[in-house]
Design a binder for this molecule. Structure first.
Ligand SMILES: [Zn+2]
Length: 164
């Protein structure tokens, strides 16, 4: 790649390190012509096949904007969405796939979104998994309750009152 300062077509690598998650390599480079130093980050390419068949590069911003609609009126900040999009990117990269379809991205969003906000999760899941009846919502909510031991605290308290 060209030197960003003088456009010289070559550069020398002076340092190279793998990121903590092992998903990218940062290279510190120096231009032999102007001695300018710059960093390049190398990651495996990751593309998304849309339902229309169009292939485009994976974008964290697109993940965040897709989820943002489900978060309207919820206490979810842009920073939360940025973290969520990063989590989604890391999890899909961990699979080692270089191409994903929108369905796989949607699946990867569900887990971290559920951690972030359960109402937004239900909204997103209802669109993404095409809920078409109240029963679909009921079973999704039942699933959330089942995985939530703290929601049963109320009935535990009642039980201990009965014992005394
Ligand atoms: Zn240069």
């Amino acid at each position: 790649m060209h030197c960003p300062f003088c456009r010289h077509p070559d550069s020398r690598v002076i340092d190279s390190r793998t990121s903590d998650d092992g998903l990218s390599i940062r290279r510190r480079r120096q231009c032999p012509q102007c001695s300018g130093r710059f960093t390049t980050i190398e990651t495996a390419s990751l593309s998304v096949i849309k339902r229309s068949g169009v292939i485009e590069p994976f974008s964290r911003e697109k993940v965040a904007s897709g989820v943002r609609k489900a978060c309207q009126g919820r206490p979810v900040t842009d920073a939360d969405l940025a973290v969520l999009a990063q989590t989604v990117e890391e999890s899909v990269r961990q699979t080692g796939a270089s191409q994903l379809d929108t369905n796989e991205i949607g699946l990867a969003i569900l887990g971290p979104l559920r951690e972030l906000d359960e109402v937004a999760y239900l909204r997103f899941a209802s669109v993404y998994q095409a809920f078409d009846s109240l029963e679909d919502f009921e079973s999704a909510i039942a699933q959330l309750r089942e995985d939530h031991p703290r929601d049963r605290r109320g009935s535990d308290a009642e039980a201990s009152v009965d014992q005394s």
